[in-house]
Design a protein around this ligand. Structure first.
Ligand code: NAP
Length: 289
C-alpha cells in the first residue's frame, strides 16, 4: 500500500524508470473521432492538460495530432501516448509504429504501448523486443505495456534477465496501463509493477461512468463538496496512478481536472479501497494466455 500524499497540480509529472517524466493527469480519447476528438483535445490543452492518450485502435491519431499542432502549445510540452493494436511480429510492430507517427504527423511519440498481451508468448516477446528497439532508435521516448497481467509481466522480467540492458527486449516497461479505479484495483499487478519500477496508468479511471451512483462514492462526493468523478480521480492520484479520464464534454474536461485542491483522508481512502469488486467495464485480457 502506498502512502497518501498531496498532489501539487495538473502539471505534476512522475519520473519513469528510463528517466523521462510523464504528466500524472491526461485526457483519454477512446470512442471519440474526427471533429469530436479534435475539439476535445483542443479543449483539454486549453484547460492545461499536457498529456493525451490515443491509440491506433481509436482511429483518432490524426485528429489528436492536428489538434496539438493547431493549439499553439509546443509539441515538446505535450506528452503523447499511442499504442500498437496487434502483436503480430517484430517487423509489423515497426511498420505499425511508423504508420501511427505518420497519422499523428509526429517524428516521435513520448510513450508507445503494446495495447494488450493478446497473441501468445512469442508474439508478446517479439512485440516487446520491437518496442525496446524503437526506443533505442529514438522513434519513441518511452515504451510500456497495457493490460499486462502477472504472467505477461513475469515474461518481461525473464526477458530482461536473459538479455541484459543491451539485448533483445532488455528494458522494463515504463508503465502498465490497466483498468484501475476503486472498483477494480488489480492489487497483484500494482504490487508487481512496483517491484519492476513500472508506473501504473489507470484506464477507465471513472469506471467508465458505471459507479457514480454507488452510495460510498455519493457519500464522499457530498463530504468533500465534489462530484463523483472528482472523487474517483483524486483516489487514483493519491495512489500515484497516472489517470487519463475521457470526456467529450468541455465542461467535464474542465471539472475532471479540478482535483488538485483537496485531499481525501487516509480513512476515506481505505473505505474507497474496500470497494474493489474486480468490476469489468470493457475488456479484461490481463489473464490472456
Ligand atoms: N489500454 C486500454 O485497453 C484502454 C481501454 C479503455 C480505455 N483506455 C484509455 O483510457 C481512457 C479512459 O478510459 P475510458 O474512456 O474507457 O473511461 P473513463 O474515462 O473511466 O470514463 C469515460 C466515460 O465517463 C463519462 N464522463 C467523463 N467525465 C465525466 C464526469 N465528470 N461526469 C460524468 N460522466 C463523465 C464520459 O462521457 P462524456 O465523454 O460524455 O463526458 C464517458 O462516458 C480512454 O479514453 C483511453 O484513452 C485504454
Amino acid at each position: 500500500m502506498r502512502v497518501t500524499r498531496p498532489v501539487a497540480s495538473l502539471a505534476r509529472r512522475l519520473k519513469m524508470n528510463d528517466g523521462f517524466e510523464i504528466p500524472q493527469f491526461g485526457l483519454g480519447t477512446y470512442q471519440m473521432t474526427g471533429a469530436e476528438a479534435y475539439t476535445a483535445t483542443r479543449a483539454a490543452l486549453d484547460a492545461g492538460y499536457r498529456h493525451i492518450d490515443t491509440a491506433e485502435w481509436y482511429g483518432n491519431e490524426a485528429d489528436v495530432g492536428r489538434a496539438i499542432r493547431d493549439s499553439g502549445v509546443s509539441r515538446a510540452d505535450v506528452f503523447v501516448t499511442s499504442k500498437l493494436q496487434r502483436n503480430r511480429g517484430y517487423d509489423a510492430a515497426f511498420s505499425d509504429l511508423r504508420a501511427s507517427l505518420d497519422r499523428a504527423g509526429m517524428d516521435y511519440l513520448d510513450l508507445y504501448l503494446l495495447h494488450s498481451p493478446v497473441g501468445g508468448p512469442t508474439a508478446r516477446a517479439d512485440g516487446w523486443s520491437a518496442l525496446v528497439d524503437a526506443k533505442r532508435k529514438g522513434l519513441v521516448r518511452s515504451v510500456g505495456v497495457s493490460n499486462f497481467g502477472m504472467l505477461h509481466l513475469a515474461e518481461i522480467v525473464e526477458m530482461v534477465r536473459r538479455a541484459g540492458e543491451d539485448g533483445p527486449g532488455g528494458a522494463m516497461p515504463a508503465v502498465n496501463q490497466v483498468d484501475l479505479h476503486p472498483f477494480t484495483r488489480h492489487e497483484d499487478i500494482v504490487d508487481m509493477c512496483g517491484l519492476m519500477g513500472t508506473l501504473m496508468e489507470a484506464w477507465g479511471p471513472l469506471a467508465r461512468g458505471t459507479r457514480f451512483d454507488h452510495p460510498v462514492i455519493k457519500k464522499m462526493a457530498e463530504k468533500y463538496g465534489r462530484d463523483p468523478a472528482q472523487i474517483m480521480l483524486r483516489w487514483g492520484l493519491q495512489h500515484d496512478h497516472i489517470v487519463i479520464p475521457k470526456s467529450v464534454s468541455l465542461e467535464r474536461i474542465e471539472s475532471n481536472a479540478q482535483v488538485f485542491d483537496f485531499e481525501i483522508t487516509p480513512e476515506d481512502m481505505a473505505e474507497l479501497d474496500g470497494l474493489n469488486e474486480n468490476l469489468v467495464t470493457d475488456w479484461w485480457v490481463v489473464d490472456a494466455e
